[in-house]
Design a protein around this ligand. Structure first.
Ligand SMILES: *[C@@H]1O[C@H](CO)[C@@H](O)[C@H](O)[C@H]1NC(C)=O
Ligand SMILES: *[C@@H]1O[C@H](CO)[C@@H](O)[C@H](O)[C@H]1NC(C)=O
Ligand SMILES: *[C@@H]1O[C@H](CO)[C@@H](O)[C@H](O)[C@H]1NC(C)=O
Ligand SMILES: *[C@@H]1O[C@H](CO)[C@@H](O)[C@H](O)[C@H]1NC(C)=O
Ligand SMILES: *[C@@H]1O[C@H](CO)[C@@H](O)[C@H](O)[C@H]1NC(C)=O
Ligand SMILES: *[C@@H]1O[C@H](CO)[C@@H](O)[C@H](O)[C@H]1NC(C)=O
Ligand SMILES: *[C@@H]1O[C@H](CO)[C@@H](O)[C@H](O)[C@H]1NC(C)=O
Length: 471
C-alpha cells in the first residue's frame, strides 16, 4: 500500500515478507478485454497468472486465488506463504493473478502508463479481469465446480474483499489482510495513519524520547539548510547522493517521513529484506539511536555517540552495507514496481491523509483541492473522492458475507481497517502486536502466538465456507 505524497510525487512502499522461501509455479497468460465496461473498444490484452496445482484435488479441491495488487505478481507469490503452506491440507489449486498495468500485464506495453493509455487502470477493471479468469478456471460452467477462496494483503486485501462482495457467485469467501477499506473520505479522521506511526515510535523508546526527537528534528533540519546553508556537510554525513538546499529539502523530508512510515509498516519480528534489508523489529532498532534527549544539530548527527537521525537513515539505507548513496529524490518503490499506484490514488483510491500537530511529523492538512490540482497536472484526471465508498460500500458492509478482515494494530493502515466484526460471517480479527499483513506471510519461528492464532481462524473460516459451498 502506498501513501500518495502530493506536491512532490514520491510514494511510500509497503512490504510483504522476507523468508527465503522459493515457491515454484507455472506462468500463464489470460486474455481479457481492455475495457470491460463499454463496447466501443474491443481490444484485448493478456494478464499474467501463476499456477500450481500439484496438491489440487481435481474432483473437488478449492481454488486459492490471490487477487494481485500493485506490483509484479511474483513478489506476492513469493511472500504470501500462507497460501503455499495450506494448499496441501486443503488440496487446493494455487492461482496468483497479476493486476492489470503492473508487472507484465501491460495493455500497451511500455507505453501503458502514458496518460493516453492509463485510463483502463482501475480496481473495477482488475476485478472484472479476475472474474473472467475465475470463470475460465471453472471451465465456463454455469454451476461452478470448485469453491474459490480469494486472498490478498493491503490493496490486494481490499480487492479480495471487493471480489467477494461484487462477485459472490464466483467467489466463495475472502481473506482480506490489512485491507484499509475505510481509508476513504469521511470514514476515518485523516490523521489516523500518522497517529499510529507516532505511537509506534513513542512506545518503542524510553519516555517517548524517540518520537519527541523525530518531531524536533524537522525544524532543526529546515533551519540547518536555510540558515546555516551548510548543504555539503549533510550530504557527506548522511551519504546523500545530492546536496540538500531549499529547493529539494521537501524531497528529503518526504523521504525521511516515508522511512519512518515504512519501518512502522514492516515492523516485523524478524530480519527482513523485501523492500530494503532491515533488522528485526526495525522501529525498536531505530529508536535505539534516538533514545536520549537530543537538541539542535545533535539530532541530525551527534559526533560522540552512535545516535541521531543520521544513524537511523544509515540503518534504513545501509543495513546490508552496500554503501550506496541515499537517493532521497527518487520514488521509493523498493522491489515492487508500483508506478501505477499514484494514478489509482488520483482516481478511485483517494485516501485523505493529514498530520495532527501532536504527532511526530510536521503538521499538515488534507486539502482535496490542491490534491486534485496535482492529479490533474500529472495525469490530466480529476479524482472522485467518493468513488470507493459508492462502489464498494465503505463502512456499510452489512450485506457482505464470508470475509475475514485481519489487521495488525502496529500497522498504520489498520487505521483504515475493519476492526469490528460486521456480522457472523464477515468478521474482524485484530492482531494486537503485528504490522502489515504478517498473517499472510511465510511462517517464521519468531511469529507471535497471536499471528499463529489468526492463521488458524483463517483456516477455520475457509473450511466453513467450503463446507457451505458443498451443501
Ligand atoms: C507446487 O508447489 C509445491 C510446494 O511448494 C512444489 O513441491 C511443487 O513442485 C510445485 N509444482 C509445480 C508444478 O511447480
Ligand atoms: C474488433 O472490431 C473490429 C472492427 O471495428 C473487427 O474487425 C474485429 O474483428 C473486432 N475484434 C474482436 C476481437 O472482436
Ligand atoms: C518499448 O517497447 C518497444 C517495443 O517493444 C521497444 O522497442 C522500446 O525500446 C521500449 N522502450 C523502452 C523505453 O523500454
Ligand atoms: C548559500 O550558498 C550559496 C552557494 O554556496 C550562495 O550562493 C548563497 O548566497 C548562500 N546563501 C546564504 C543565505 O548564505
Ligand atoms: C539544489 O540542489 C539541486 C541538486 O543538487 C540543484 O540542481 C539546484 O540547482 C539547487 N538549488 C539551489 C537553489 O541551490
Ligand atoms: C489533534 O489531536 C488532538 C488529540 O487527539 C485532538 O484533540 C485535535 O482535535 C486534533 N487536531 C486536529 C486538527 O485534528
Ligand atoms: C487548498 O488548496 C487550494 C488550491 O491549491 C488553495 O487555493 C486553498 O487555499 C487551499 N486551502 C487551504 C485551507 O489551505
Amino acid at each position: 500500500m502506498w501513501r500518495f505524497n502530493y506536491i512532490v510525487y514520491t510514494v511510500i512502499t509497503f512490504a510483504l515478507s522476507f523468508a527465503n522461501s522459493e515457491y515454484t509455479y507455472e506462468t500463464k497468460w489470460f486474455t481479457v478485454p481492455l475495457d470491460h465496461f463499454s463496447f466501443q473498444r474491443n481490444e484485448t490484452f493478456k494478464i499474467k497468472y501463476l499456477v500450481n496445482d500439484t496438491y489440487w484435488d481435481r474432483s473437488r479441491g478449492p481454488i486459492f486465488f490471490y487477487t494481485g495488487n500493485e506490483g509484479q505478481i511474483e513478489q506476492f507469490a513469493k511472500y504470501t506463504g500462507f497460501i503455499w503452506e495450506n494448499a496441501e491440507e486443503f488440496k487446493a489449486k494455487i492461482v496468483f493473478a497479476e493486476h492489470r498495468y503492473y508487472g507484465g500485464s501491460m495493455p500497451f506495453g511500455n507505453k501503458s502508463l502514458d496518460n493516453e493509455h492509463i485510463g483502463y487502470l482501475t480496481a473495477a477493471q482488475a476485478l472484472a479481469d479476475y472474474a473472467d479468469l475465475v470463470d475460465y478456471l471453472q471451465g465456463g460452467a454455469q454451476k461452478p465446480h470448485y469453491p474459490v477462496i480469494a486472498f490478498g494483503g493491503s490493496y490486494g486485501g481490499m480487492l479480495a474483499a471487493y471480489f467477494r462482495m461484487k462477485y459472490p457467485h464466483l467467489v466463495t469467501g475472502a481473506i482480506a489482510a490489512s485491507a484499509p477499506v475505510h481509508m476513504f473520505t469521511g470514514m476515518v479522521p485523516c490523521d489516523v495513519f500518522d497517529r499510529i506511526v507516532t505511537s509506534s515510535f513513542s512506545f518503542a523508546g524510553d519516555k517517548k524520547n524517540c518520537s519527541a526527537n523525530i518531531k524536533a528534528s524537522w525544524k532543526v533540519l529546515r533551519n540547518f539548510i536555510t540558515s546555516k546553508n551548510n548543504t555539503d556537510w549533510l550530504k557527506t554525513e548522511w551519504r546523500l547522493c545530492d546536496a540538500v538546499n531549499t529547493t529539494n529539502i521537501k524531497s528529503l523530508i518526504d523521504y525521511l517521513k516515508d522511512m519512518y512510515t515504512n519501518m512502522a509498516m514492516v515492523n516485523y519480528p524478524y530480519e527482513s529484506s523485501f523492500l530494503m534489508p532491515l533488522p528485526a523489529n526495525p522501529v525498536r532498532s531505530a529508536c535505539q539511536f534516538l533514545n536520549k534527549e537530543l537538541e539542535g544539530t545533535d539530532l541530525l548527527k551527534e559526533y560522540t555517540g552512535d545516535i541521531a537521525v543520521g544513524k537511523v537513515l544509515e540503518m534504513y539505507t545501509n543495513y546490508d552495507k552496500n554503501n550506496k548513496c541515499v537517493d532521497f529524490k527518487s520514488d521509493n518503490y523498493g522491489n515492487l514496481d508500483a508506478s501505477g499506484w499514484d494514478y489509482q490514488a488520483c482516481t478511485e483510491m483517494v485516501m485523505p491523509m493529514c498530520t495532527n500537530e501532536t504527532d511526530m511529523f510536521e503538521a499538515s492538512t488534507w486539502n482535496f483541492s490542491s490534491y486534485s490540482e496535482d492529479c490533474h497536472k500529472k495525469y490530466n484526471v480529476f479524482p472522485r473522492p467518493d468513488a470507493a465508498r459508492i462502489q464498494y460500500g465503505g463502512d456499510r458492509l452489512q450485506a457482505a458475507t464470508n470475509i475475514v478482515f485481519s489487521n495488525g494494530l502496529l500497522d498504520p493502515w489498520a487505521g483504515g481497517g475493519i476492526l469490528n466484526s460486521v456480522s457472523p460471517s464477515t468478521i474482524a480479527v485484530i492482531i494486537i502486536n503485528t504490522a502489515h499483513h504478517l498473517d499472510l506471510m511465510p511462517s517464521n519461528k519468531n511469529d507471535p502466538k497471536t499471528v499463529r492464532m489468526t492463521r488458524n481462524i483463517h483456516k477455520q473460516q475457509i473450511n466453513k465456507w467450503i463446507r457451505e459451498f458443498w451443501k
